[in-house]
Design a binder for this molecule. Structure first.
Ligand code: NAD
Ligand code: UDP
Ligand code: UDP
Length: 343
């Protein structure tokens, strides 16, 4: 628990001093679905630090109690083991809806469950929002743009998505979740917000979730070769988690529905990312090429003009600054925390 506590305070994520004045509101009751996961747990830290009462709803598919354990015993914090595919009765002011596996390895593991989570799970949380008059924020994804034919991606682009492919449970699921969100907004007057999140990394990511940043970092630390899929020329744009959390909170508190791209426009090929990991961890780390996965998007980079204009938000942490913070977390979890992990 001590290491988790350290991360909660160590990156400015939990520091009240960093919260812009406009976000200081007291005593809201907030539910965070998926709050025991990577992004959710960092969001919970910020909300608790701001003085809100937070209920985390999570089925622990990819989330871990360790991510929120440092709040146990705090009367403003509650953790409920619950699957959002089942209805849920709560009285709250705001709903941050994050519950959904995010790594391709996880969401392809049980594709039917993934799409049920996105569709039925989102429907339930919108039904809850409607019943209690809560504001609802959906964490959608850059995957709604599919293998994009426009670069960088703007929110007005409708995307290029395969509806019957192996990624569809996730990207079509999120597209349907966006549709549901807008229909509850237009049809039932629910206050909604939509974030389209681009690739995000940082402390508390699952070590073996198969995503590229976690894979490369874990591989370099374990002295294994970095596995580059395909020719490594495909691109992604990597955002540090504290920037994302700031964007989500500004979006929730602001007046605009969205959708908003939340991502860092710094674009890297996977080979360039491997190089940054080598520079950060081990210049002698080897690179090994593997066949790429099906339907892999060739490029991805957010146009964030809308978020800049309407939310006054832009990311602050460049990859070369954020990566070391993730590396120290991974180092500790892989090598330093064996006793804690074994229990
Ligand atoms: P994560 O896997 O760490 O967190 C997801 C959480 O949701 C986990 O705690 C998991 O146990 C929980 N969950 C999954 N299915 C559930 C269900 N049916 N009922 C209750 N809880 C359930 O992933 P993350 O990276 O923290 O992603 C959080 C959200 O952000 C997801 O909705 C994801 O689609 C979105 N997103 C993330 C990224 C990224 O790069 N991290 C990019 C785009 C979108
Ligand atoms: N729902 C929920 N909690 C609530 C209210 C609704 O989980 O507090 C679920 C409900 O079970 C339903 C879904 O949300 O499956 C949609 O609810 P809504 O009232 O919009 O539709 P209806 O129940 O009329 O189909
Ligand atoms: N990738 C890679 N090596 C890995 C894991 C992923 O080269 O060990 C590539 C993958 O093919 C994709 C990119 O990295 O082109 C990003 O993959 P990730 O699963 O992190 O996220 P995605 O953006 O595809 O959801």
């Amino acid at each position: 628990a001590r290491s988790t506590q350290h991360f909660a305070t160590g990156f400015g994520i939990n520091s009240v001093g960093k919260i812009p004045l406009g976000l200081k509101r007291k005593g809201l009751r907030i539910v965070v679905t998926g709050g025991a996961g990577f992004v959710g747990s960092h969001l919970v830290d910020r909300l608790i630090a701001r003085g809100d009462s937070v209920i985390v709803v999570d089925n622990f598919f990819t989330g871990r109690k360790e991510n929120v354990m440092h709040h146990f015993g705090n009367p403003n914090f509650e953790l409920i083991r619950h699957d959002v595919v089942e209805p849920l009765l709560l009285e709250v002011d705001q709903i941050y809806h994050l519950a959904c596996p995010a790594s391709p390895v996880h969401y392809k593991h049980n594709p039917v469950k993934t799409i049920k989570t996105n569709v039925v799970g989102t429907l339930n949380m919108l039904g809850l929002a409607k019943r209690v008059g809560a504001r609802f924020l959906l964490t959608s994804t850059s995957e709604v743009y599919g293998d994009p034919l426009q670069h960088p991606q703007v929110e007005t682009y409708w995307g290029n998505v395969n509806p019957i492919g192996v990624r569809s449970c996730y990207d079509e699921g999120k597209r349907t979740a966006e549709t549901l969100t807008m229909d509850y907004h237009r049809g039932a007057g629910v206050e909604v917000r939509i974030a389209r999140i681009f690739n995000t990394y940082g402390p508390r990511m699952c070590i073996d979730d198969g995503r590229v940043v976690s894979n490369f970092v874990a591989q370099a630390l374990r002295k294994e070769p970095l596995t580059v899929y395909g020719d490594g020329k495909q691109t992604r744009s990597f955002q540090f988690v504290s920037d994302l959390v700031e964007g989500l909170m500004r979006l929730m508190e602001g007046e605009h529905v969205g959708p908003f791209n939340l991502g860092n426009p710094g674009e890297f090929t996977m080979l360039e990312l491997a190089q940054v990991v080598q520079e950060t961890i081990d210049p002698n780390a080897k690179i090994e090429f593997r066949p790429n996965t099906e339907d892999d998007p060739h490029k991805r980079k957010p146009d964030i003009s809308k978020a800049k204009d309407q939310l006054g938000w832009e990311p602050k942490v460049a990859l070369r600054k954020g990566l070391p913070m993730m590396v120290s977390d991974f180092r500790q979890r892989i090598f330093g925390d064996r006793k804690e992990n074994a229990s």
